[in-house]
Write a protein that binds this ligand. Structure first.
Ligand code: NAD
Length: 433
């Protein structure tokens, strides 16, 4: 099948590359020339494990191409995926300008039947609005088209694997033709164990937000309980383990830490809350999830101050700047909050991240970067661990203790065993233990 993909970000590029690997012919479009120039050379403009290799293979096979020419891109694909960003507006609701711009481009250039697939995360009702917008602006009213919703559930850091082995594929479609095309398109991926689920368009749009909100809710729930665990001498990791064996609960997304971040959870929870409020409904749970998370991002700072009351002029090392490991994405990362708190009180912050330093620098120009995880510790009074990259799991504590001026470790992801670190002579704080 010939597919056009609007947007070559984390979702669009992974979608295009993975469909190319399944034998489809892909044309990816973006408005960002720098990105298209890099992609034409076979280089992804962001870090995602396995993506660069898969992209190169499929460029070599002639299955994927890149362009900025939106008009011919609309003509190219029988199916057109909308994978553009839906960032947060200042009031927390989703900004749909990019989505509607693509809809207008399609309306202006459509010449034959197209199935338009909304893959961006959009508030319920958006697919209907996209349809109306195209109907209103299309020149030849005889041309048929369908709009369906196919939300994406991939996780950055495991995006290729997630796309190829999804837990489920959700498609909200009204028309039989749209369902047939989507069934054929996903034939190479859908299985009994990873089913293609057809729903109403509105349900599909809500499934995406509901799933992200539930996952974020589990994290904020454990983060809230972590404070009680600390006060009463319990251990939140033991609590999570004991809960996780309950088959009604399951073990995933029960890890307490210094808060979730990224381009999805924070904005999606706020957008869902805004949608409820738009319909004059209560959004108490959703607002609390967000509130608890913002509070949690600030929770490591007092733990540091307990051991180091004055940080002015002192070097503090931060390990991990991305919002999670195996990505270079720093959007809404907890590190941004923590680094800001440290700098506000005059600390000299030295950060290290295996992939995220360039992106972090876009948000914070005054942080110093180290070449490797150990150089970040030189003369540091404390280490704050924010992102659980594998590199940080088994560090050389002897070496660390020789490099550091103060022996304080604040572990925002509960990576280490407290008794072991304390035995090595460090002052150690983690979350909920
Ligand atoms: P992104 O910001 O990485 O990429 C969006 C791309 O769209 C950019 O490259 C931008 O230049 C391009 N674009 C904007 N307007 C365009 C236009 N008119 N024509 C062509 N390209 C255009 O965003 P992303 O992280 O890939 O997310 C895209 C959508 O998918 C969002 O709604 C997001 O919430 C959702 N989503 C993201 C993830 C994730 O992990 N990143 C996972 C699931 C769903």
């Amino acid at each position: 099948m010939k597919l056009t993909i609007f947007g070559t970000g984390y979702v669009g590029l992974v979608t295009g590359t993975c469909f190319a690997a399944l034998g489809h012919d892909i044309l990816c479009v973006d408005i960002d020339k720098k990105k298209i120039d890099m992609l034409k050379k076979g280089e992804p403009h962001f870090y995602e494990p396995g993506l660069a290799e898969l992209l190169k293979q499929n460029i070599a096979r002639g299955r994927i191409n890149f362009s900025m020419d939106a008009a011919s891109a609309v003509e190219y694909g029988q199916v057109i995926f909308i994978c553009v960003g839906t960032p947060q507006k200042s009031n927390g609701s989703a900004n749909l300008d990019f989505v509607y711009n693509v809809a207008l481009t399609i309306a202006a250039n459509i010449k034959s039947y197209k199935l338009i697939v909304d893959k961006s995360t959009v508030p319920v009702g958006t697919a209907r609005n996209v349809k109306k917008l195209i109907e209103t602006n299309i020149k030849d009213k005889a041309i048929e088209f369908d709009v369906c919703s196919n939300p994406e559930f991939l996780r950055e850091g495991a995006a290729v694997k997630d796309f190829q082995n999804p837990d489920r594929i959700v498609v909200g479609a009204d028309s039989r033709k749209a369902r047939q095309i989507m069934t054929e398109l996903y034939m190479g991926i859908a299985r009994a164990t990873r089913p293609l689920i057809f729903t109403k368009v509105e349900s599909a749009e809500m499934i995406k937000y509901a799933s992200n909100a539930m996952l974020a809710c589990r994290i904020s729930f454990m983060n809230e309980l972590s404070h009680l665990a600390e006060v009463v001498g319990a251990d939140i990791k033991e609590i999570a383990k004991g809960m996780g064996y309950d088959t009604r609960i399951g073990p995933r997304f029960l890890q307490a830490g210094c808060g979730y971040g990224g381009s999805c959870f924070p904005k999606d929870i706020r957008a869902l809350a805004a949608t409820l409020e738009h319909h004059n409904l209560n959004s108490d749970i959703l607002r609390s999830i967000d509130y608890v998370n913002e509070r949690q991002k600030k929770s490591l700072f007092p733990k540091l101050k307990k051991h180091l009351p004055s940080i002015e002029g002192k070097r503090i090392a931060v390990w991990g700047l991305t919002f999670k490991p195996r990505t270079d994405d720093c959007r809404e990362a907890s590190s941004l909050t923590i680094v800001e708190q440290l700098q506000k009180e005059g600390a000299i912050v030295v950060g290290y991240d295996p992939q995220g330093m360039e992106n972090f620098n876009e948000y914070n120009k005054t942080i110093e970067f180290a070449d490797d995880m150990y150089s970040a510790l030189k003369d540091a009074y404390a280490l704050i661990l924010v992102t659980e990259w594998d590199d940080f799991r088994n560090p050389d504590f002897e070496r660390m203790s020789k490099l550091m001026k103060g022996k304080i470790i604040i572990d925002g992801r509960n990576l280490y065993t407290p008794s072991i670190i304390i035995d090595k002579g460090f002052k150690y704080e983690s979350v909920g233990r």
